[in-house]
Design a protein around this ligand. Structure first.
Ligand code: GTP
Ligand code: NA
Ligand code: MG
Length: 348
């Protein structure tokens, strides 16, 4: 029965790709689509991340159920955006280090560019499984847009010429570049074995076409192939520091992705600093207020007593002034354990 299945956490999906290929637009579109699909609570905002819950994915993927089974055992998907500019390779690396899965966004009008290759190298070296979102299909010559429709439905309605033009960019640019890099890839509708072939999912972050397919493929692949990795343990949290920030009134805080366990107010945490490991106590855990409250004036934060993986959270504590972005973060359950973890971190 359902209750005997191990509980799974949300897969952490990191969005990578060259500057201006549409990473942020794609996440914005996923968020607005999710909100529209479920008036309230369609998504939850996290620090540096957002979660689309399983019921929303199931609802959006409903028209695709013949192609992709949509009974989900994961509670949703947690998405992390990264910047594409060449200067931000450190942020891409941090994203890559917490990723269970990645979306490599490629603008179909441009094909692979420098940071597309850099992102691919990162995914290869960390062995992160990924799919390619072939973005901006609304700009394919002759393409007629069907806003928010699944790609497979929109594709059937296209003229022969538009279909040919799409195939030309998918195979002539994206599949070719991937094959030059040693990856076999194909349009997701034609793949038989997803463990051997990288899925290419055509999308438009502008019109929303292909978003249902993208979510369904992501959810299907992660819950099928990453089940073991996604098993949720009720223990002390493990995470990774994405950013260290100075916040007026709070002092220095860290923004972290929690990928395992639970973190609570008052917990002892251990992380790396510029001058060696830091052991400190969580003063407060901050999450963005629900979406409806964060218009115009920017993000407001609420303090929460505890946070479960997978999540993005801002942690306020004393002694974080020289905390190191990119460091691992652990909750320790005793002073001895804190010292042990600190020793391990010293070598990181
Ligand atoms: P960086 O964060 O700077 O690396 O860029 P990004 O990958 O997040 O790209 P962003 O979402 O900022 O989009 C770049 C530009 O492409 C913007 O002007 C978007 O409006 C446009 N754009 C993104 N997706 C689409 C799309 O599907 N179709 C069209 N026509 N334009 C798009
Ligand atoms: Na941009
Ligand atoms: Mg962006």
């Amino acid at each position: 029965t359902q209750s005997q299945q191990p509980k799974l956490r949300q897969p952490i999906v990191v969005v990578l790709g060259h500057v201006d290929h549409g990473k942020t637009s794609l996440l914005d579109k996923i968020r607005s689509t999710a909100v529209a699909a479920k008036e309230a609570g369609g998504i939850t905002q996290h620090i540096g991340a957002s979660i689309v819950p399983a019921d929303v994915i199931e609802k959006l993927a409903e028209p695709l159920r013949k192609l992709i089974p949509i009974k989900l055992s994961i509670p949703g998907l947690l998405f992390i955006d990264t910047p594409g500019h060449e200067l931000f390779s450190n942020l891409r690396k941090r994203g890559g280090s917490v990723a269970d899965f990645a979306i490599l966004v490629v603008d179909v009008t441009k094909g692979f560019q420098n940071q597309t290759y850099e992102s691919l190298d990162l995914l290869r070296s960390r062995k992160v499984p990924f799919l390619v979102a072939a973005n901006k299909i609304d700009r394919i010559p002759g393409w007629t847009s069907y806003p928010d429709e699944p790609f497979i439905i929109s594709y059937e309605r296209q003229s022969e010429e538009a279909k040919r033009n799409l195939e030309e960019v998918i195979y002539g640019k994206i599949v070719l570049s991937l094959s030059e890099q040693g990856f076999s890839a194909d349009l997701f509708t034609r793949i038989k074995d997803f463990t051997k072939t990288v899925a290419v999912v055509p999308v438009s972050a502008k019109t929303g076409e292909g978003i249902p397919d993208l979510l369904a493929v992501l959810a299907g692949l992660t819950q099928q192939y990453l089940k073991k990795r996604l098993q949720y343990a009720e223990g002390p949290a493990k995470g990774s520091i994405l950013e260290v920030k100075e916040i007026p009134g709070l002092g220095t805080v860290v923004d972290a992705i929690i990928y395992d366990g639970v973190i609570k107010e008052g917990d002892t945490i251990v992380l790396n600093g510029k001058n060696g490991p830091i052991i400190t106590t969580v003063r407060s855990l901050l999450m963005p207020a629900p979406l409806s409250d964060m218009r115009a004036k920017g993000v407001k934060f609420v303090s929460v007593p505890e946070v479960q993986a997978a999540a993005g959270v801002r942690i306020a504590a004393s002694g974080l002034d020289d905390a190191l972005a990119g460091s691992s973060l652990y909750v320790a359950t005793s002073p001895d354990e804190a010292k042990e973890i600190a020793e391990k971190l010293r070598g990181e």
